[in-house]
Design a protein around this ligand. Structure first.
Ligand code: MG
Length: 338
């Protein structure tokens, strides 16, 4: 079993700004696993919020020696092996996990969603994210996002009211709001959410810092919109402790370490009666398509990372009027563009 990796710089169509920073280029690592004449693709999109950089990913992948395993079907054992190399490093682990799953699907000649017993007609609509920007750019981005029926608006700034005024001036679409931990006190978060309840918002993602679970539980008692944990929800072991403070969880492959852990999180959250959202980082069609195969299991999808870039090196899942469209090709169903 041979694992190789290559850095690719994804270029953003617009500068992507959220409450804690901005970026124009996002470096990712594309991995390939080759075994018995079959190749599977994977991807890591590291986030400094979770302690990873392009260098930590490449360093981690150098330490992944799969020669001790006889074939990529040994997914459980390989994922345990990855966790034993070092804690964290979720995006690097995801790059291996996705490539192994792609390999398995290609080897068996079936798309991943079928191997999990899912129906591709059940994929949800994905939201399209509008980052923090000037009024002119926000209007332009919303116009460009015309075909997407649900928008996700990044707030958590000191000019949230101005941003929402611009958004509501140009669109009546349902909105989801992501504060990215930006509201610094529970009183401020309460005030903002009470106001957003009147603005056609479906839910609020991560209103406050991940360190303020008690504040979030206080908030949940006082608001009518569902609260979804993102920065608070990294891996499986986080999920049970969130059910008092949040109504749902935003699961991302790059936070949790891959498709197997994401599946465990989905079922755990379901058992706790929580809503499930599947999100992403800025990623190419490799990782977005991987998540899309799980999407028939979730309530909300925010799988737009590949739609925000101008040089996607792969083709994979399509989006039609917001709906995620999976192909019947084996594995992920992704292919390099050249
Ligand atoms: Mg978020």
């Amino acid at each position: 079993m041979k694992l190789s990796s290559k850095r690719i710089d994804l270029k953003l169509r617009h500068t992507f700004r959220i409450s804690r920073g901005a970026e124009d280029v996002v470096p990712v690592v594309i991995t390939t696993v080759e075994h018995a004449g079959v190749r599977g693709y994977g991807e890591a999109s590291p986030s400094s919020r979770y302690g990873e950089t392009i260098d930590t990913v490449l360093d981690f992948l150098k330490r992944v020696d799969l020669r001790g395993f006889s074939e990529p079907f040994e997914l459980e054992e390989i994922s345990e092996f990855l966790d034993n190399i070092a804690p964290g490093n979720a995006a690097a682990k995801t790059a291996v996990d996705i490539a192994l799953h792609d390999w398995v699907g290609r080897k068996l000649g079936q798309p991943l969603y079928k191997l999990w017993g899912l129906s591709k007609s059940k994929t949800p609509l994905t939201s399209f994210t509008i980052g923090i920007d000037s009024p002119e750019v926000i209007s332009k981005k919303i116009a460009e996002a015309e075909e997407y029926p649900i928008l996700k608006i990044k707030l958590g700034t000191d000019h949230d009211t101005e941003i929402m005024a611009v958004v509501r001036k140009v669109t009546k679409k349902p909105l989801r709001v992501d504060a990215n931990e930006g509201w610094k006190t529970k009183e401020l978060a309460l005030e903002r959410i009470k106001w957003l309840e009147q603005e056609g918002v479906e839910f609020i993602e991560q209103p406050m810092s991940d360190g303020d679970l008690a504040g979030c539980a206080w908030l949940r008692e006082r608001v009518n919109l569902p609260l979804i944990a993102d920065e608070n929800c990294v891996r499986l072991h986080d999920v049970p402790g969130l059910s008092k403070a949040f109504d749902g969880v935003n699961i991302k492959l790059m936070k949790c370490g891959g498709l197997r852990e994401a599946l465990r999180m989905i079922h755990t959250a379901k058992a706790l009666g929580m809503k499930i959202m599947l999100g992403c980082m800025i990623e190419s069609s490799v990782a977005i398509t991987a998540a899309a195969h799980l999407s028939p299991l979730v309530d909300y999808a925010d799988l737009d990372g590949n739609l925000l870039i101008s040089n996607d090196p792969f083709e994979g899942v399509k989006v039609k009027e917001g709906k995620l469209i999976l192909s019947d090709e084996p594995g992920l169903g992704v292919e390099p563009r050249d």
